[in-house]
Design a protein around this ligand. Structure first.
Ligand SMILES: Nc1ncnc2c1ncn2[C@@H]1O[C@H](COP(=O)(O)OP(=O)(O)OP(=O)(O)O)[C@@H](O)[C@H]1O
Length: 260
């Protein structure tokens, strides 16, 4: 029997007011995948993430996370979330790196439980994963954009999630540190076994890091492996889909004729 999906989005449509923000979206994420979600501004990427996080409800279709309907799901510690522009603290922001990471242990129910020593220990462990333990006592506002982003990843990792969702983590991070950030994400995925879903505008480089890609503009234009996405881009969508349907025809034809 195949393993249950980590995320399963089935025929989902959502509108904020009159306009549909996303329509008939279908895709799933298996355990261990690193899925890059790409698309132009306003194409519905963040909306899709809010739906997966249960923050808004689909008007049509259904979503399952960890093999449970999103409407009943309550194991939120399984999901770490790094929101868009998390790294925008100014130098005056009065919180230490350790405090920011510990705040990731506040549950969605708002129970404030993070003052215990073991929680400090958990936060330090999360900072170690992102190579930021030396900055535990620093003020968050004193760090660079890339360093702040690592702290926010540590904040999302502090509850040991199996799925990490990141909304454009490379925005505001300089080129050298973008490479470091991708190395970190690769390590979390391959070494720590964390499934990743990441919104990005790095269309040129995402396939070097992600195993799978969803490209959307309200509806899904492409969903498949990074290898196939490179071919899809190289050939143009029309040619690519033509070849796919030709191949499907040949396969089906072979199956049918060999059955005769
Ligand atoms: N709270 C809201 N109320 C009404 N419309 C909204 C709201 N949030 C987003 N929208 C609209 O929904 C559509 C999808 O927006 P969304 O933020 O999901 O796109 P996105 O792909 O994440 O964009 P970006 O790459 O710019 O972050 C856009 O047309 C946007 O204007």
């Amino acid at each position: 029997m195949s393993e249950p999906k980590i995320v399963e989005v089935k025929n989902v449509s959502f509108r904020y007011e009159k306009e549909w923000a996303i329509e008939h979206v279908n895709f799933s994420i298996d355990k261990g995948q690193f899925l890059g979600l790409v698309g132009p501004n306003g194409s519905g990427k963040s909306t899709l993430i809010y739906l997966i996080l249960g923050l808004i409800k689909p008007n049509k279709g259904s979503i399952r996370v960890f093999d449970e309907s999103i409407t009943h799901f309550n194991k939120w510690k399984e999901i770490g979330y790094v929101p868009q522009k998390a790294n925008s603290f100014n130098t005056g922001f009065p919180a230490s790196v350790l405090e920011v990471v510990k705040s990731g242990l506040v549950s969605r129910l708002g129970i404030f439980r993070f003052l215990k020593r073991k929680h400090t220990q958990k936060a330090i462990e999360a900072l170690k994963i992102v190579d930021m333990e030396d900055f535990a006592k620093s003020n968050i506002g004193e760090l660079s954009g890339g360093q702040q982003q690592r702290v926010f990843i540590a904040r999302a990792l502090v509850s040991d999630p199996s799925l990490l969702i990141l909304d454009e983590p490379t925005v505001g991070v300089d080129t050298k540190h973008v490479t470091d950030l991708y190395d970190l994400l690769g390590r979390l995925n391959k070494k720590n076994g964390i499934t990743l879903l990441m919104i990005t505008h790095d269309i040129g480089t995402i396939t070097e890091h992600a195993t799978h890609v969803v490209s959307m503009n309200k509806t899904i234009n492409f969903y498949g492996t990074s290898e196939d996405y490179n071919q899809y881009n190289a050939q143009g969508s029309l040619q690519w889909y033509r070849e796919q349907s030709d191949q499907a025809f040949v396969t089906t034809h072979k199956e049918v004729t060999s059955d005769v």
